[in-house]
Structure formats: C-alpha cells, structure tokens
Design a protein around this ligand. Structure first.
Ligand code: PRP
Length: 213
C-alpha cells in the first residue's frame, strides 16, 4: 500500500514572493542576500509555527487577573543544516527567543551528491521537543533526509522541515522517506540540473551567504 506522503506547503504570501525575487537575482549582494534570507525566514516562521502547543499562564492585567496562553518556547528547537541553514536561525529565534538551537553538519559530496555528516549537537530530552530543521535549499533531498534520520535516531519525534526553494525531486524524496515530517517552502522550482542544482533556483545559498566562491 502506498505510504501517505507528508504535507507540503508553499508559503506564497506576496511579501515572501517579493523578497524571494530579490534573493534569486544574481546581482543581489552578500549583505542583501543575508538580510533577505533572514526576513523571509521570519515571515515563513509565522506559518510554520501556527500549530505549536500553548500552555495556560496566569496574567494580572492593570485591571484584573486572567488566564492567557503562551507557547512553550524552550520546547522548540531550530536545527540548521550547516552551513547554509545558519542563515535562517535568527529569523526564527527573533520570534521565539527562548527556542533552543541544535546543529547538524552535512555537506554534499560534489561527485556523488551524497550527504557526508561532520557534526551533530542537539539539546537533551529530544522526545519532548518540537524540531524545525532549516536549510535554504531542498535539492535532491539527501541532506534533509539524512538530517531528519539523525534526529529520529537521537529520539526526536516531532519534526518539521523548512526551506526557501525546493525542487520537486527533493520534496518527493523527503516525503517518501519521512512521511511524518511536514515540509514548508517559499517556492517549488522547476527541476534539478544534472549537477544537482535547483533550476531556476538562487545559486549556492551557502556560498552566497558566506562569500566563499
Ligand atoms: C547545499 C544546501 C543543502 C544541500 C541541498 O549545501 O545548503 O544543505 O546542498 O542539497 P540536497 O538536497 O541535494 O542534499 P552544501 O552541500 O552546498 O553545503 P553548504 O551549506 O556548506 O554550502
């Protein structure tokens, strides 16, 4: 029987699409690129966190006491896939300052396109936390699949994946491997190139963020 695939959501708010058009442009500077990644992530975070659990808290207003609701911020863990995912961390922690941050180091072997793991560090008690894995690009899906598998091995049970630009191949691969992980993107692009780049895409997000090419 075919597995139900994970929900895939394109967050096509006009502000996100506007900023994404600047992000894609080859003339966009490193400074602007970093700022745009940050801003788009914040706009997306609003929707990606829509179903986070709330807990009641007693609040005394200037007039009387009431029961209000707050998110359990410490339960949220933002996990960038290094390097490029780092550019998306502040965009979420600005909204949820008490969120924890884990790190997963993966790079794509340029010949095989297979992810190679070089770092893994997340907060304790992962079973009770909500993880948001962030990476600007979902290309073949190899890195995202490996990151989610590694989190599950460590005990994570609630994981969502957030990227800026996704290729259909990556969405298919991630949702087939992890049908329980919802995927959020700012855009679904046309295809992967023979070299594994997203087309039309935005180039290599890591190199554009950090100026390494
Ligand atoms: C890029 C990108 C993703 C990965 C996507 O990282 O940031 O992590 O490739 O490709 P995939 O879906 O085919 O796995 P890269 O390997 O260039 O490393 P970097 O972030 O250090 O630049």
């Amino acid at each position: 029987m075919p597995q139900p695939s994970a929900p895939f959501t394109v967050l096509d708010h006009p502000l996100i699409q506007h900023k994404l058009s600047h992000l894609r442009a080859r003339t966009t500077s490193k400074k602007q690129f970093r700022e745009l990644v940050d801003e788009i992530t914040t706009l997306m975070a609003y929707e990606v966190t829509r179903d986070l659990a709330l807990e009641p808290v007693e609040v005394r207003t200037p007039l009387e006491s009431m029961t209000a609701h707050r998110i359990r911020g410490k339960k949220l863990v933002v996990v960038p896939i290094l390097r490029a995912g780092l550019g998306m961390v502040d965009g979420i922690t600005r909204l949820v300052p008490s969120a924890r941050v884990g790190h997963i180091g993966l790079y794509r072997d340029e010949e095989t396109l297979e992810p190679v793991s070089y770092y893994f560090k997340i907060p304790g008690s992962p079973g009770g936390r909500e993880f948001i894995v962030v990476d600007p690009m979902l290309a073949t899906g190899g890195s995202a699949k490996a990151a989610v598998s590694r989190l599950k091995e460590a005990g994570a049970r609630s994981i969502r994946f957030m990227c800026l630009v996704a290729a259909p191949e990556g969405v298919g691969a991630l949702s087939e491997a992890h049908p329980d992980v919802p995927i959020f993107a700012a855009a679904l692009d046309r295809q992967l190139s023979d070299q594994g780049f997203i087309l039309p895409g935005l180039g290599d997000a890591g190199d554009r963020l950090f100026g390494t090419r």
